[in-house]
Design a protein around this ligand. Structure first.
Ligand code: SAM
Ligand code: DTB
Ligand code: SF4
Length: 368
C-alpha cells in the first residue's frame, strides 16, 4: 500500500533501525513492487553549462562562485542527437538533459530544447529534462514534444533548503512539480545528502516527497559531490552506511518509485553500490560524466551489472512511449509568460563567503 501520510518520526524510526533489519525490510518491499534484477540506466547530458544566476550552495554551475568548470551555450540539436545515439549504444534507456537555468523562458532556446525532445523520442529512448522552474504551459509544450520525465529536486527539507539556497523558495519547487503533474510527463524529484543537514532533514524531505499524490515515479538520491569554489566545498563525503540507510528508507516509504543511486558513485566501492541495489536502488546515471563532475566509466558499471546479474531495463517498461507532435502541429502557443517566482534573498553566510572569494579570484586573474 502506498501511504501519503508518513510522519517525520515514523520515517526517522525506519532510518535508524539496525542496518540488517532495515535492508531486509527494504529488499522485501522492493521485490513486491519491482524486478530486483532490472536497473534503469539514464545518461546525463549538460545541454547548457554554467553561468547560472542561482546561489545553490552545492552547485559548480552557479555563476557567482569561482569553480573550474567551462561554461557552454545551448548545444545544437545535432550534437544532442549524436550524444543520445552514443548513450543508446552503451545501454542507456533514457537521456536526461540538464540546463543551468533558474527557470525556462519562452523563446528560441526553449523551442530548440523542444526539438531535442522530439529528436531523442524518435530514437525510441525515454527523454528527461531538468531545466529549472516551469509554468504549466511550458510543461504542456514539453509533454506534447514527447517528454517522458521532468527532474526537479526538492534537495532537502523545507527548513534546510533555506540554509543552502536563497534565490528561490521551496514552494516554487513544489509549484513546478505540480505543473508537471498536470501533464502526462512523469515526475522525477529527490535530493542530496551530505550538505551538512541533519538526519531529521533527510526524513523531512521524504515526508514532502511521500505527500505528493501520486508519488514521483523516480527519486534520485545524490551524495554531495563537494566542488572547489562552492560554499559546500569542505563538506566531508557521506559514508556509504548513510547512503544505504537513505536508499533503504526511500524504498520503504516510496514503494512504487524508481529510486536512483545518483551523484557520488565515484566515492563508493562496488560492494557499497551492490548494497544500495540490494536495499532498493533500481536506477543509476551512467556515463563518465554527470553534468560537470566525474562518474564511473560505463564499462566498469557494466562489469558490476554482470557480476551482480543485473540487467539494464529496456525503455518504456513502466509507461508507454509518448507521441511527439511536430512544432508546426502544436496546439500550444508560446505565451511569453513572466511568472513571479519567489526571491527570498535572505543571507546564507557560507554562500556570501564563497561569493566574496570568487570576486577576489576574478580580480586576481584580471591583475595578472
Ligand atoms: N538548474 C536546474 C535545477 O536546479 O533544477 C537543473 C540542473 S541542477 C544541476 C539538477 C540537480 O543536480 C540539483 O537539483 C541537485 O540536486 C543536483 N546537484 C547539483 N550539484 C550537485 C553536487 N555538487 N552534488 C550532488 N548533486 C548535485
Ligand atoms: C539529479 O538528481 N542528479 C543529477 C540529475 N538529477 C540532473 C545531477 C547531478 C549533478 C552532480 C554535479 C555535477 O555533475 O555538476
Ligand atoms: Fe543553477 Fe540548477 Fe545549479 Fe542551482 S542547481 S545553480 S539552479 S544549475
Amino acid at each position: 500500500m502506498v501511504r501519503h501520510d508518513w510522519t517525520k518520526e515514523e520515517i526517522l524510526a525506519i532510518y535508524n533501525k539496525p542496518l540488517m533489519e532495515l535492508m531486509y525490510e527494504a529488499a522485501t518491499i522492493h521485490r513486491k513492487h519491482h524486478d530486483p534484477n532490472q536497473v534503469q540506466v539514464s545518461t546525463l547530458l549538460s545541454i547548457k553549462t554554467g553561468g547560472c544566476p542561482e546561489d545553490c550552495g552545492y552547485c559548480p554551475q552557479a555563476a557567482r562562485y569561482h569553480t573550474a568548470i567551462e561554461g557552454n551555450d545551448l548545444m545544437s540539436v545535432n550534437q544532442v542527437k549524436a550524444q543520445a545515439l552514443r548513450a543508446k549504444s552503451s545501454g542507456s534507456s533514457r537521456v536526461c538533459m540538464g540546463a543551468a537555468w533558474r527557470n525556462v523562458k519562452d523563446g528560441e532556446e526553449f523551442d530548440q530544447v523542444l526539438e531535442m525532445v522530439r529528436t531523442i523520442n524518435q530514437l525510441d529512448m525515454e527523454v528527461c529534462c531538468t531545466l529549472g522552474m516551469l509554468t504549466e504551459n511550458q510543461a504542456q509544450r514539453l509533454a506534447e514534444a514527447g517528454l517522458y520525465a521532468y527532474n526537479h529536486n526538492l534537495d532537502s527539507s523545507e527548513e534546510y533548503y533555506k540554509e543552502v539556497i536563497s534565490t528561490r523558495g521551496y514552494e516554487d519547487r513544489l509549484k513546478t512539480l505540480d505543473n508537471v503533474r498536470k501533464t502526462n510527463v512523469t515526475v522525477c524529484s529527490g535530493g542530496i545528502i551530505g550538505m551538512g543537514e541533519k538526519v531529521e532533514d533527510r526524513a523531512g524531505m521524504l515526508v514532502a516527497l511521500t505527500t505528493l499524490n501520486p508519488q514521483p515515479e523516480s527519486v534520485p538520491i545524490n551524495a554531495l559531490v563537494p566542488v572547489e569554489g562552492t560554499p559546500l566545498e569542505e563538506q566531508q563525503p557521506v559514508s556509504i552506511w548513510e547512503m544505504i540507510r537513505m536508499i533503504a528508507t526511500t524504498r520503504i516509504v516510496l514503494p512504487e518509485t524508481q529510486v536512483r543511486l545518483s551523484a557520488g558513485r565515484t566515492q563508493m566501492s562496488k560492494e557499497g553500490q551492490a548494497m544500495c541495489f540490494f536495499a532498493g536502488a533500481n536506477s543509476i546515471f551512467a556515463g563518465d560524466k554527470l553534468l560537470t563532475t566525474p562518474n564511473p566509466d560505463v564499462n566498469e558499471d557494466m562489469e558490476l551489472f554482470h557480476e551482480l546479474g543485473l540487467q539494464p531495463m529496456k525503455p518504456f517498461m513502466k509507461k508507454d512511449q509518448p507521441k511527439s507532435v511536430a512544432a508546426e502541429a502544436s496546439k500550444y502557443n508560446s505565451k511569453g509568460e513572466k511568472p513571479k517566482w519567489s526571491r527570498p534573498a535572505h543571507k546564507i553566510d557560507r554562500n556570501e563567503e564563497a561569493k566574496e572569494k570568487a570576486k577576489l579570484k576574478k580580480q586576481e586573474v584580471k591583475t595578472i
